[in-house]
Design a protein around this ligand. Structure first.
Ligand code: ATP
Ligand code: ZN
Length: 292
């Protein structure tokens, strides 16, 4: 078995069990990392890259990275900002998207910012919440709770709350309405600011490149279509290709196959135009990784 050299192998903090866990592990697998059995142990060795994962609570991740216990971490921007951790944000990862919002009881007497003066606000994000109201010059009393913040108004622990929201379903189910937004969040890849060996830094660069390739691939599709030769110029103008598309003659006289890479959003917009320009048999394929 390969032994890990602690001066070059990367230790990466990942949420042990929660909303970010599956998507983070899918991303790591998507960039080619293989793991034994990550459900059983707290420290999981990667089988084919000099990496080990430390599976911990998301709240602990910024501090572990700040202190250099882990070199990298995958964690919500909300947690990094709340902890005011001394780490470097390498990348936004476009999952775990949510917002920290201010919500009040529906039909209550708080309707706008000024109505908060002197009110009690329950939250798990006291730092971000305090800063938000301080910047507006409004005095509020913060009640810090570690969870189930949404029921605080009903229990009369607080007049309003700030909490993470994605769809808004939880707020609605608790008779609350969102009236302001404090912070937009997504999962971030963060790096320690502690000095790293050249070996580790090189591994981080490699790791980042793979993530960038994976992110590009996720947004792109390989498309193939057939078209009459005389449509090629028209089709080329429709496709905003990375490079010029590949055009290959088909056995059928006067017909060509056109292959190219486009973004998924562009595909659905362009499909009708391509058909109108003479393209037939349009096939779209996923791409695993894309290095440009
Ligand atoms: P842990 O046991 O690790 O402390 P947790 O209960 O604090 O877990 P989760 O609910 O799993 O955390 O949320 C983890 C992260 O997912 C949040 O910090 C946030 O970045 C993101 N997230 C995305 N959408 C939501 C949402 N609707 N509610 C809460 N968090 C969300
Ligand atoms: Zn947490």
């Amino acid at each position: 078995m390969r032994t890990l050299d602690s001066t070059t192998s990367l230790r990466i903090a990942v949420q042990k069990s929660g909303r970010l866990t599956d998507k983070t592990l899918k991303l790591l697998e998507g960039i080619g990392l293989k793991f034994d059995d990550y459900k059983r142990s707290l420290l999981v060795r990667c089988l084919n890259f000099d990496v080990e994962l430390l599976l911990i609570r998301d709240d602990d991740i910024p501090e572990y990275v700040q202190d250099g216990v882990c070199d990298l971490g995958f964690v919500g921007a909300n947690v990094v900002a709340e902890d005011q951790a001394d780490v470097t944000i390498l990348k936004g990862l476009e999952y775990g998207v949510c917002r920290l919002s201010v919500a009040v009881p529906k039909n209550g007497d708080i309707k706008k910012a000024e109505d908060f003066e002197g009110k009690k606000i329950a939250t798990s994000y006291p730092v971000l919440t305090r800063n938000f109201f301080e910047e507006k010059g409004i005095n509020v009393k913060i009640v810090t709770l570690s969870g189930s913040v949404e029921i605080a108004p009903r229990l009369e622990i607080a007049d309003a709350i700030t909490d993470l929201v994605s769809t808004g379903g939880t707020l609605k189910a608790n008779g609350l309405v969102e009236i302001d937004k404090i912070f937009d969040s997504e999962t971030q890849l963060v790096k320690t600011n502690k000095p790293l060996s050249d070996g580790k830094q090189a591994l981080i660069d490699k790791f980042l490149q793979r993530i960038e390739g994976y992110q590009r691939a996720e947004k792109s599709r390989y498309i193939m279509m057939n078209a009459p030769q005389e449509s090629v110029e028209k089709i080329k103008k429709i496709i905003p290709s990375l490079r010029s598309p590949t055009v290959m003659p088909l056995a059928d006289n006067g017909m060509v196959a056109i292959h190219t890479v486009i973004t998924i959003t562009a595909f659905w917009d362009l499909m009708e135009e391509l058909k109108a320009a003479g393209a037939t048999g349009i096939v779209m394929l996923p791409i695993e990784s894309m290095i440009v």
